[in-house]
Structure formats: structure tokens, C-alpha cells
Design a protein around this ligand. Sequence first.
Ligand code: PFF
Length: 450
Amino acid sequence: MEKSIPKRENWGSRIGFIMAAAGSAVGLGNIWRFPYLLGENGGAAFLLIYLVFVVFIGISIMIAEFAVGRNSGSAAVGAYKSKSGKWTFAGVIGVLSAFFIMGFYPVVGGWSLAYIAQTFTGLLSNPEAIGGTFGAFIGSTTAPLIWMIVFLALNVFIVARGIAGGIEKAGKILMPVLFGLLVLIAIRSLTLPGAAAGLSYMFKPDFSAVTGQTYLAALGQAFFSLSLGMGCMITYGSYLNKKEDLATNAVLVTGMDVGVALLAGLAMFPAIFALGMAPDAGPGLVFVVIPSVFAAMGGIGPILSVIFFVALTVAALTSSVSLMEVAVAYFIDEKGIERKKAVYSVASAMGVLSILSSLSLGSMSGVTLFGVGFFDFFDILTDKIFLSIGGLLLSVFVGWFLDKEMLRKELTNGGTVKFALFEAWHFLIKYVIPVAISIVAFYGIKSIEQ
Ligand code: PFF
């Protein structure tokens, strides 16, 4: 009997795992970041490159992360270390990525929370002022900090209760709500007069504006959005039971993630064009466009706006808890620290970084690292550099240092489930992906310099 007692906490059910993993993947990356990157990088051409990366690199790396996590039964650092101490650094890079992403993610999560409240205090009553209000809000000192801390506190509450108790429950209830809401908003947006221009912007590629940076942005976004390249899916995979079909789970999670990003695009771009707004407005896009759309609707606008920002906050939360879990799992597994203590220490450190980020958009805008403020620095450092390096290291680790037959066993559950594309997957992981990431990173970084 003793054998059946899991040595780690386990996911309560399969649907619980998928919802939690999709909850990690679907977040600000899909709804805040994806639309503005699409807008800044010329629309459909970026979308196409992004989708190619997701299908050929993203899904393969997710399968690899699940396999490594479940096989080793440990979070990122432990999983690498269980093979050889020389690989510990690859896991540590992942933990660092979690800290740096959580150095700006809670700031944006806080904006979303603030917008729920501001809808009640007249955000939509003066549509012309919405852009200015957003700029003034994020540049101010106290209010964004308070909302960021509230957001971080919600994370602490969920993560402190442990995997099956907190994260899984939150994901199960809130993900379907989010999906339904986005469908509703997309329908409204698509039926506005002039919406067709937004559709052709999203789906008719113009390759003239594509540069090395477009490829790097698309690759970074693929990693960021799918929660890859920093051991998050290794950690989640380590809680997965031996009966689950890993490849199918990876395809399902990726499908949901891409689905939500496309839906967010469909909710925003038709409206952006219908209302004559600029698609390349940058990080403020969702916070300016969506309230403007709602303001233009009159009556039900404020209600939809509240629902939207609740959904955005929820999406952000189910992702940020997974980021926090990567760091917390490290301190529990590797340093033997008790969960609650680990959560409080990790959250405090993330809070300090987030304070710097938030202030860098206002009173500390003069303080720069490599020419950019803290917010942009943490963003660029993680998404364009750390996650790509993390993905590269993972594919080299899995392709060249793990036993192929062990991987085949892990991915077919000892021969009981089919994984027809195993050879193709292994070839991609071993040869194609490391080369592809290196080329994209090289040309991307080169074109940033120019
Ligand atoms: N995938 C999340 C999003 O799209 O918002 C962000 C994220 C979560 C990135 C977890 C990395 C990670 F490990």
C-alpha cells in the first residue's frame, strides 16, 4: 500500500492540472502583452511568425518540461540537479527569471485591479480623457503601489495554501469565466461599424516591417505566454501523476493559450479600428482601448468594463501564482524551508523589485539601467534574454543529456499511451530548436544594437 502514497503533493484531478497549467499560461501575456506586441510589430506578419514558433518550438518545449518534471519529481533546480550538479545553474536561471518577471508583473496586475475600482468612480464618463488618465495613474507614486501590494497579497494568500488547495481551485473556477467574457467582448467588438479593418490588420500579413527584432519579440512572447523557459512547467509537471498523457496535455494547454490570445486580439483590434485609435500605442493599449470601447457603448459599458478587468485580474493571478510557485518550490525543495516562510520571503523580494518598477514609470524615471527604467529592464531581460536562454538550455539538456529511451518511456507512460510523433519531437528538441533559438537570439540582439 505504501507505494501508492505520492511522495509529493499531487493534482487532485486531470482537469485540475490542465486548468492550473492553462491558468499559468493564460495571463497578462495574452491579454495585455500579445495585443500590444501585435500592434507594435505590424499585425498579421507578427502573428504568423508567433504561431510558427508556438507550434514548432513552444509545444515541443512544453512536452519536454512536463517530461523532465514528472520524471524527476522535482521542481526546476532539483530536476536539472538530479542529472548532474553541473546543470544546477540552468534551474537557477529559471528561478531568477521568476523573480524578475515578478518584478513587473504585479505592477500590471495592480493596474488591472485599480481599473475595476476606477470604473465605479467615473473612468468611463469622459472618454476623451481615458488615455491621459491612464498615463497619469501609472506615473503617480502611491496609488499604483498600493494596488500592486494588494495584488501581491492575493498571490501570497493562494500560494501559501499549497498546490492542490489554492492554485488548482482558483484555476478551475476562474478560467472558464474568463473565456466566456472574452467571447462576449469579441462579439461586441466585431459588430461595431468599421470592424473589418481590424480583422484585416490581424490576418493580412505585411512582411515589409519585419526585422530581426520582430522574430525575437515573437519568440520571447511564445516563451512568456506559454510559461516556458524558466522551469514553471517543470515544476507543474512534477506534481502530475504517472497516468497522464503528457503530449496531449501540452497540446491542450497550448491550444487554450493561443485561443485566448487570438480572442483578446479579436476583442481589441476590430474596436481599435472602428473607433479610429492607434494599434501601436504600446503597453497602455488594453487599458486605454478597452475602456474607450466600453465608454462608447453607453448603458452597459461600465458593467462590461468591471467584468473585463475582473477577468484580466483573475488571469493575471493564476499566472503570477505559478511564477511565485517556481521560486517558493526552490526554497522548499532545495533549502528545506517551510512553505509559509518561503512564500513570505519570496513575496517580499518580489515586492521590492515591483516597487522599483512601478516608480520607474514616474518619480524614478530618471534612474536607468542600460538606457531603460526598471520596468522595461525586467521585462526585456526576462522575455528577450532569460526565457530564450532557458529554453535553449532545456532543449540541449533534454536532447543531448537525457537518455532517449527514458524519454520515450516517460512520454508513452511505459508504452501504455501512444506518442506517434516521438521521433519528430526528439529531432526538433535535439537539433532544430537549439539552432533556431540561437539564430533568432543572435539576429534579434544584433538588430536591437543597430
Ligand atoms: N504565461 C504568463 C502570461 O502569459 O501572462 C506569464 C508567465 C507565467 C511566464 C509563468 C512565465 C511563467 F513561468
